[in-house]
Every structure is written in C-alpha cells, then in structure tokens.
Design a protein around this ligand. Structure first.
Ligand code: F3S
Length: 395
C-alpha cells in the first residue's frame, strides 16, 4: 500500500506509541484487503462501548490509551453504552456496572470523543454528506450511512474505528470503492408494510437469504427514514448487508444496472413466517422499543398511543441523549412517564444487562433486537408491531 512520507514517519514511531500502534493496525487491514492507500475520513463512530461487551480488558485498554494522551482527529461518536448515563440508578442498573461504564466514558472523553452514545448518530449531530468517506462501526448505522445517505463506509470493528479516529484516515478498500457498490440481487416486494416492525421482518427475511450481497429493492413505496433504518438494521443482523438500494428512494438506486441479476420475490407469507420464527415467548415482562435508537417521530408516536393510559408493565423506548432532550421539550417524556413508560437514553436492550435486572421475556418491534436478544441477553422474545405491544402492556 502506498504511504506518504508523513505516514511512514508515524509507522517509525515519530508521533508516539499510540499512533504507531493504531496506524500499524490500519496498514495491516489495508494490506489484507488490498487497499492502495489511506483516505481521510469525515467522521467516525466507535463500537465496543458497553462494559457488558468489552469488560475489564477493554476498560484497561481505553484508560491506558487515554492516559498516554491519545486524541481523535475527526468528529467521533460512540455506539450505545451499557446504561442510561444519567438515569441508570432510577432505572435499576447495577451500581458496580455503572461505575465501570462511567470509567469507560471518561476514557473516551479524554480522547476527545463526543460522549453521546447512539447507533443513530445521523439523528444526533453526526450527519455525513453524500459520497463522504467515513469509518463507522455499528452495523445498522453503517447500513443507513451507505444506503440512505450515500456516504462510504466499511463496517469497522471497534479497534479499527478507534484507529481511524486517532489517525484521521482509513484504508481505501471495500465499500469505499464505487466498483464494490453494485447491487447483486433484486428483491421484489409485494406486501403491506404498515408498521416499522414489518420493515424489520422484511429485513430479517432478506438478510437471511442474501447474506453479504447488495440487494436492490423494488415495490417499497414511500418508506420513511425510520422504516429504512429498521429494514437496514435487520438485514445487517440476520445477514451482513452493509449497503442496499431502494428503487426511486435511495441515492444512486435508479442508476444501477440490474439486468440479469438474480431476483427474489418476497410476499406477506414470508413476513408471517418471520414473525412466527422470531416469536419465542408468551408474555413480555418488559417492552423495549428504539432499536435502532428512536427518532423524535417514533417517540411522538409512542406518546400518542399511551397518552392518558396506564401501562401495567415496564415500557422503554431507547434513543440518543439529543433526541431525548428534544422529546423532553415537546412534552413527550412527561406523557410517556405519566403512563408509566420511560425514555431511556445512551443504551439499548441488547448492550444493557437486562438479564441481570430480572427480565426474561422482552417485547420488541425490531427485527434486529428480535434476532439478538435470545443470544446476547438470554431473553425469550415477543416480536410484534407497536400497537400489539402497547395493547398487551395496557392489560
Ligand atoms: Fe442500536 Fe442496540 Fe439495536 S445498538 S441497532 S439499539 S441492538
């Protein structure tokens, strides 16, 4: 891989141990994937933030780096942490967990990383532009950035994203190159997609079928950004789809040559089967929405549905701190809290220790959450649309 004189100096250790280690990691990745050079990135999103995911070794690694003066060079956000960073006590998160999580956040802050933890950075002040090169980690955010915004990112691991943030560059390979962004399969959808959860079910089904391919969807009319984020998140979770196109709706979709591509038809029956497969529980003891993190529109929808009512079991909607504050100003938080629900910021059902908090069956409207909760959180799952979930929680 071609390196500039300055980059060679970093590898020789002229800019310190931390940069040398991080740059070495990036060059190794570049060599493995055949990158020709490094390219500057406009922003970074780092995964591996929850204490539940990285444990003591991760915490020590981050504190060591922060203590050695590591500083990020570009706008860098974080994936969800393991708890609401302000309301963890009220919500029942364990104290020892909270102490470790706080140390992790302090280490990130010392490195200059914006300590807001969200998988929807594009809704919270980290919005790339069309064709901008970025280095993001979280699979649903990567999918949204590549597909809905038309930015360019591979799915980075936590360490390679942190390296990109500290060095300001990433190796030029994979989805940074136009020739690797062509669709490889056409998905013809013929189904009624009324709820966001239907897009999650569709994404789960398609991800399972196409695995790492780049699908181009036909037949999705007027999907909004919440529905597209649900679709992409589920496809990235059940498969490894990091880029998709939707005819007439996402950038560059209509410029693609789809002649001769394999075609897969998806109908109501496939969605029904997906719901059936992902529903493993009987009665939720908690309902958690906001996977990926909820937009203001999703919070406002929930507020409308519970206004003046009494929830009989915990209902959380997870979001970023920024969106929670906007919801607060609109009075949505008060409405949801009066009904007995909670807007939980900075974390999500999968990376928070809900199994340690006594929950065994979780109701979700997200195909991604339904996919991960059994393995990551030992949960039985109820995967339904928001109306069915809220109806059940009002009983
Ligand atoms: Fe986000 Fe957690 Fe879902 S990171 S996409 S809310 S599993």
């Amino acid at each position: 891989m071609y390196l500039t004189k300055d980059e060679e100096k970093i590898l020789e250790g002229e800019k310190g141990e931390v940069l040398e280690r991080m740059f070495r990691l990036l060059t190794r990745l570049g060599d493995i994937y055949g990158a020709d050079k490094m390219i500057p990135v406009g922003s970074v999103q780092v995964a591996g933030v929850s204490f539940k995911s990285i444990g003591d070794p991760g915490l020590e690694f981050l504190e060591d780096f922060a203590g050695k003066g590591a500083k990020v060079q570009v706008l860098t956000y974080l994936n969800p942490a393991g708890m609401d960073l302000e309301d963890w006590d009220k919500l029942g998160f364990p104290k020892e967990f909270a102490e470790k999580q706080t140390r992790i956040m302090n280490a990130f802050k010392k490195m200059g990383i914006v300590v807001t933890s969200t998988c929807t950075p594009y809704l919270a002040g980290n919005l790339p532009r069309f064709r901008e090169h970025i280095a993001w980690s979280e699979s649903s955010a990567v999918s949204f950035a590549n597909s809905v915004i038309g930015a360019r990112t591979n799915r980075e691991g936590g360490p390679s994203a942190l390296a990109a943030a500290l060095c300001g560059v990433t190796p030029n390979y994979g989805l940074h190159l136009d020739e690797n962004r062509k669709p490889s399969v056409v998905i013809n959808v013929d189904a009624d997609l009324k709820y966001n959860s239907n897009y999650g079910a569709l994404g789960y089904h398609v991800g399972k079928q196409v695995k790492k391919a780049i699908p181009l969807f036909k037949g999705l009319s007027n999907a909004n950004t919440d529905q597209l984020k649900a679709l992409g998140a589920a496809m990235a979770a059940s498969g490894a789809v990091a880029l998709y196109y939707v005819e007439d709706q996402t950038p560059e979709a209509n410029q693609q040559d789809i002649n001769g591509l394999e075609t897969i038809d998806v109908g109501e029956k496939n969605l029904d089967e997906t719901y059936e497969k992902l529903n493993t529980g009987k009665e939720p003891d908690i309902v958690i929405m906001g996977c990926p993190h909820a937009s203001l529109r999703e919070i406002s929808t929930l507020a409308d549905k519970v206004e003046g009512k009494n929830l009989t079991k915990p209902v959380w909607i997870c979001t970023s701190r920024m969106v929670k504050e906007a919801a607060q100003r609109m009075g949505f938080n008060d409405t949801i809290e009066k009904a007995g629900g909670k807007i939980v910021a900075d974390t999500c059902c999968v990376v928070s220790p809900i199994e340690e908090m006594g929950y065994k069956t979780t109701g979700v409207n997200s195909g991604k959450a339904a996919n991960y909760l059994p393995g990551f959180c030992k949960q039985e799952v109820i995967f339904r649309d928001i109306d069915i979930l809220i109806q059940g929680a009002l009983k």
